[in-house]
Design a protein around this ligand. Structure first.
Ligand SMILES: NC(=O)c1ccc[n+]([C@@H]2O[C@H](COP(=O)([O-])OP(=O)(O)OC[C@H]3O[C@@H](n4cnc5c(N)ncnc54)[C@H](OP(=O)(O)O)[C@@H]3O)[C@@H](O)[C@H]2O)c1
Length: 372
């Protein structure tokens, strides 16, 4: 039986790689829907190659070869066995909730969904018996290592350290957009690449891991591992550590998530060779240089709407940085200022989450005007 799948964000970095995986496993999948945003040219090429029934683009009239459907309509379609949520930012949240309420399993790349509403999404998935399978390489690694969560003492999340690992704080303060986007290990969308340079991405992943694996923040450790070979690890209560290793490629976690619990040769291109990996280094993060990581832990520990505030301020500031409106360190200053000023909403509903999100974005934009 073919697994019926829809991909939200098919034209993005994760979406394109997911289609490369599916192309290799074409006899295993049937594509129900593909969605893009503004890149309708690529979306139409994908439609003509993979023949989905439905498609979404910001301009519906530009779609050729598939019937238009909104993200919500796609996620309500019970023909789907699984939906890969690979849009970037807050737009992932509502469709994910719709899919869960329709009993459809989720391969989750969009980390903002759990950062904004993990306390709602994870219990809902449990209620509807829906699997949330992580796509992020670190969470995919942990998912592969864990047999019995009650025996796990600690999650160890690795971070490559990004392009500024060996640079000074001064270098970072003057970093250009081009330098910030030059990630040494991973080719990803622009938003997540900037987050990787500030280590906010690692902070968002800590919050994501807290929700996915129901783990207290004191038992989630981040370690810098520049080679990106060990994708993450867990320590069991008896001191045994199990890690997942592999060459840095998103094809592997994407394939794992959409084929779980099966495994196939699929897109595997190169075999890993221990003897060719000269060394594996690990070090503690520089908490002064990468203050974003501390802010994310603080927001996670505070709970309620604090992580919504963190995410909204960060996302808005990253866009402003990419447009040349603010400097790289202003991203972190914006997040810190917004978090200091924010009145926490405890146990926010989805509507309250979007209210906080809108309010923080508007206030962040006001702050950028003062920074000029
Ligand atoms: N890239 C990675 O290696 C990686 C790894 C782990 C987790 N993630 C997570 O996966 C998610 C996607 O990351 P990415 O790097 O693939 O991002 P990306 O390359 O920027 O792709 C984003 C996708 O979302 C679509 N999109 C953007 N705005 C939209 C809107 N308003 N309505 C509908 N669709 C919209 C884009 O469409 P258009 O391009 O057509 O506008 C594109 O298909 C993020 O949450 C990220 O944190 C990514």
């Amino acid at each position: 039986m073919k697994r019926k799948i829809s991909i939200l964000g098919a034209t993005g970095s994760i979406g394109r790689q997911a289609l490369e995986v599916i192309e290799k496993l074409y006899d295993k999948f049937e594509i129900i829907a593909l969605t893009g945003g503004s890149n309708t040219e690529l979306l139409n090429e994908q439609i003509s190659k993979f023949k989905p029934k439905y498609a979404y683009a910001n301009k519906p009239e530009d779609i050729a070869g598939a019937e238009y459907a909104t993200l919500d309509e796609i996620c309500s379609n019970k023909e789907n066995d699984i939906i890969l949520v690979a849009v970037s930012g807050k737009i992932g949240l509502k469709p994910t909730i719709t899919a869960i309420k329709n009993g459809i399993d989720i391969a989750l790349a969009n980390k903002e969904t759990l950062v904004m509403a993990g306390d709602i999404v994870m219990p809902l998935a449990k209620e509807y018996g829906v699997k949330i399978i992580p796509v992020d390489s670190e969470h995919c690694a942990i998912h592969q290592c864990i047999k019995n969560i009650s025996q796990v003492d600690k999650l160890i999340i690795t971070a490559s350290g990004g392009p500024f690992l060996r640079k000074s704080i001064e270098d970072m303060k003057n970093a250009t957009v081009e330098q910030t986007l030059a990630h040494p290990r991973w080719h990803m969308g622009k938003k997540i690449t900037v987050d990787s340079a500030t280590l906010m991405n690692k902070g968002l992943e800590v919050i994501e891991a807290h929700h996915l694996f129901n783990m207290n923040y004191d038992r989630i450790e981040v370690v810098v591992h520049p080679q990106s070979i060990v994708h993450s690890a867990i320590e069991y209560v008896d001191g045994s550590i199990i890690a997942q290793l592999g060459l840095p490629s998103m094809h592997i976690p994407i394939q794992y998530a959409i084929t779980y619990p099966e495994r196939y040769e699929g897109i595997k291109s190169k075999s890993f060779s221990f003897s060719q990996i000269a060394r594996l280094d690990f070090e503690e993060p520089d908490w002064d240089k990468f203050k974003a990581l501390k802010l994310a832990y603080d927001a996670g520990r505070t709970g309620g709407s604090a992580t919504v505030c963190l995410n909204a301020a960060n996302e808005e500031a990253v866009f402003a940085f990419l447009q040349g409106k603010i400097k790289l360190f202003d991203i972190i200053n914006t997040v810190e200022t917004m978090m200091e000023r924010h009145n926490i909403v405890k146990n926010p509903s989805i509507d309250e989450i979007f209210d906080v999100d809108n309010e923080i974005r508007a206030k962040s934009r006001e702050l950028f005007l003062q920074l000029r």
